[in-house]
Design a protein around this ligand. Structure first.
Ligand code: 7RM
Length: 642
């Protein structure tokens, strides 16, 4: 490793460059006129029923793209490939955890989507109704999403690993009357009962229909008059359903994400701009070609899966893998086995998975022929240079460029990412803003100098940007446009631009954690903790973790009448897992008498973060109302470690 570690810059291999979709830096020049640039992409990448009158309309802080353009996302993902004679090409290869394999050609996927679109209509779903989808990684998930898109019913997919309570919050906020779920699914060989979780999530809500996919065959309850089996509903549906003509600005989906408050925010993405943005970045950043076999290991329940398992790959007519299960089931080489078996050419995964594979050891990788790979991708959190170099060498065999893609739920598509046939890579840097996008690193005093740390701000609108937060206008303004004003999108991430103009992302600045690539608000974990009868108050901070990047660490103040104990600690950890989901489990809890607070009552998390990380210097305590508590907490922390 040493000789490549010393190498600072990695140029695209000649062979790669020669065949790349984008070969020249000129695209950055072209991107400077971003309106023209995106208009060109909209013409190239998407088929419209009717062309737009105007590319961009600004009503700050709201932006509309491709005004009066008409299209349908499912048409762009399916029909157009069939019309071009590609109906027999494989769209998805799905591998179940148990080894079951299902393959869908574009034609077959089209038929399933059309049938399910008709099924939704038969249940009474209309254009504009928001459908909540609570499904694991099974083919019915993209089918349901595309069927919703086909009839103009926005989807709101909730990650299946989320708890009943988290699901309820999201269904309620979206006002969904229709839910799509399943009986159960497999995780490390065990069947998880998903239907009971769904039922308790929607208890008491006004839900008209629940459509249930039979996946695991476990015993479940079907509520008379409300619950319907997917397979029964699909039986007699015609395999043709006219795609709804959608306006470019019609809502395509909601995606709930963590912000600075306990309540998740419904990020809104509309049809035209989103499709243009994801289709373009898919083609340019992943360099996809006709014969590629592409595999993104994310869950479709997150934005990465929406953009780069469903809409991006299908809008490019390529073949993708979907894998249902855990990377270490039945053995720690399951992923490498899948890559060898299907001759995967492009792998898109997260640093947390790379670090885990590093820990498991190279013997699992050496067993397999990974020579089909030609490009590697990374997303979800900063990739540390050691992990980058390991990924480059051990997985990519020094042949494959790595595209480290920085973006977020709100951006819909890659924002800072290399063009693999053009960009010289530096391990650990996501490199440059995508053509047609401008970004800067700044603070209250203005733009930072090279090497100075500041906030990452996006300074031009882009087509797949969020169109607001569902029913939360003020929150939208406050979260993204208040720190630096309209026109300067505040991402919440810290960054540095180096002397050569490379962007180095430093992760979330504030109150949002990133646990194994999953965004989690500290406030969400705190509100879960205080929902337990023993807890008076709590403060949650992120602490570094070798594998997951960050994990929550909780300080808890107990109510009168409750005593700290190992048992209570375990109970509280379990409680968080039940309320939010396993990713939110605190790695540890420290019981304290009080929390350090400012005079206005704000908890000083910076101090708590430093204490949790074991730092001697915890920072300025002079603004605290109760500075004495800091020493007490430090002491409790040291005693705990002994
Ligand atoms: C795509 C996604 C967004 C947050 C974002 C960052 C972090 C994502 C990278 C990254 C450094 C990357 N959406 N993040 N990608 N940090 N380098 N390549 O993850 O909404 O779930 O999370 O993830 O902090 O703000 S997300």
């Amino acid at each position: 490793m040493s000789e490549i570690a010393e190498q600072k810059v990695f140029s695209p291999p000649e062979e790669f460059k020669k065949n790349a979709n984008v070969k020249s830096e000129e695209v950055y020049e072209e991107g400077k006129d971003y309106i023209k640039f995106w208009e060109k992409r909209a013409e190239e990448m998407i088929e419209w029923f009717k062309k737009w009158d105007k590319v961009l309309e600004v009503d700050e802080p709201y932006y509309k793209w491709f005004i009066n353009g008409k299209l349908n996302a499912s048409y762009n993902c399916l029909d157009r490939w069939i019309e071009k004679g590609k109906g027999d090409k494989i769209a998805y290869i799905w591998e179940g955890e148990d080894g079951e394999v299902r393959k869908y050609t574009y034609k077959q996927l089209y038929e399933e989507v059309n049938k399910f679109a008709n099924a939704l209509k038969s249940m009474g779903v209309k254009k504009g109704d928001i459908v909540s989808i609570y499904l694991p990684m099974i083919p019915e998930l993209p089918i349901a999403m595309l069927a919703c898109a086909r009839i103009g019913a926005p989807h709101s997919v909730v990650f299946a690993g989320f708890s009943a309570e988290a699901f309820r919050q999201r269904v309620e906020d979206a006002g969904s009357k229709y839910v799509i779920t399943c009986d159960g699914y497999y995780r490390r060989g065990k069947v998880l009962d998903h239907k009971s979780k769904t039922d308790s999530g929607i208890e008491g809500l006004d839900i008209k229909k629940v459509i249930v996919v039979k996946r695991a065959g476990n015993e479940i309850n079907m509520k008379e008059g409300r619950d319907v089996w997917w397979h029964e509903l699909m039986k007699d549906q015609p395999a043709e359903c006219e795609p709804e003509e959608m306006d470019a600005e019609d809502l395509l989906f909601l995606m709930y994400t963590s912000g600075t408050t306990g309540k998740p925010k419904g990020v809104m993405h509309t049809t035209g701009g989103y499709m243009v943005g994801v289709a373009t970045t898919m083609k340019w950043v992943f360099d996809v070609k006709e014969d590629d076999v592409y595999w993104c290991t994310a869950d479709i329940g997150w934005i990465t899966g929406h953009s780069y398992i469903v809409y991006g790959p299908l809008a490019n007519g390529i073949t993708s893998i979907i894998y249902e299960g855990a990377p270490d089931y039945p053995n720690k080489d399951r992923w490498w086995e899948i890559i060898e078996k299907y001759k995967v050419t492009i792998l898109y995964t997260a640093p947390t998975a790379i670090r885990l594979a590093m820990k498991w050891g190279e013997e699992w990788i050496e067993k397999h022929d990974l020579s089909s790979l030609r490009l590697l991708g990374s997303v979800g959190e900063p990739i540390n240079p050691e992990a980058w170099l390991w990924y480059y060498k051990v997985i990519g065999k020094e042949r494959c460029p790595i595209v480290d893609t920085w973006w977020m739920t709100e951006t819909g598509m890659h924002i800072i990412a290399p063009l693999p046939g053009v960009t010289k890579l530096k391990p650990g840097s996501a490199t440059f803003p995508f053509p047609g996008i401008q970004a800067e690193v700044r603070d209250e005093n203005g733009v930072c100098k090279p090497g100075e740390k500041g906030d990452l701000v996006i300074t031009t609108p882009w087509p797949s940007m969020l169109r607001g937060l569902y029913n939360a206008h003020e929150k939208y303004v406050e979260e993204y446009w208040s720190k630096y004003g309209f026109g300067k999108f505040f991402t919440g991430d810290g960054a540095i631009i180096d002397e050569d103009g490379y962007f180095w992302l430093l992760g979330r600045l504030g109150d949002v954690l990133n646990v194994a690539g999953h965004r989690l608000g500290t406030a969400e974990v705190e509100s879960a903790l205080v929902s337990h009868e023993a807890v008076a108050e709590s403060a949650v901070v992120g602490v570094p973790d070798e594998i997951k990047g960050q994990v929550p660490f909780a300080y808890v103040v107990l109510k009168q009448g409750f005593e700290p104990s190992e048992e209570l600690k375990k109970e509280l950890i379990k409680h968080v897992s039940t309320v939010i989901g396993p990713t939110a489990r605190p790695a540890d809890i420290l019981f304290v008498e009080d929390l350090p607070k400012t005079r206005s009552g704000k908890i000083m998390r910076r101090i708590l973060r430093n204490i949790a990380e074991g730092k001697e210097e915890v920072g300025d305590v002079t603004t605290l109302r109760n500075p004495e508590i800091v020493e007490d907490i430090k002491k409790a922390m040291t005693e705990r470690k002994l």
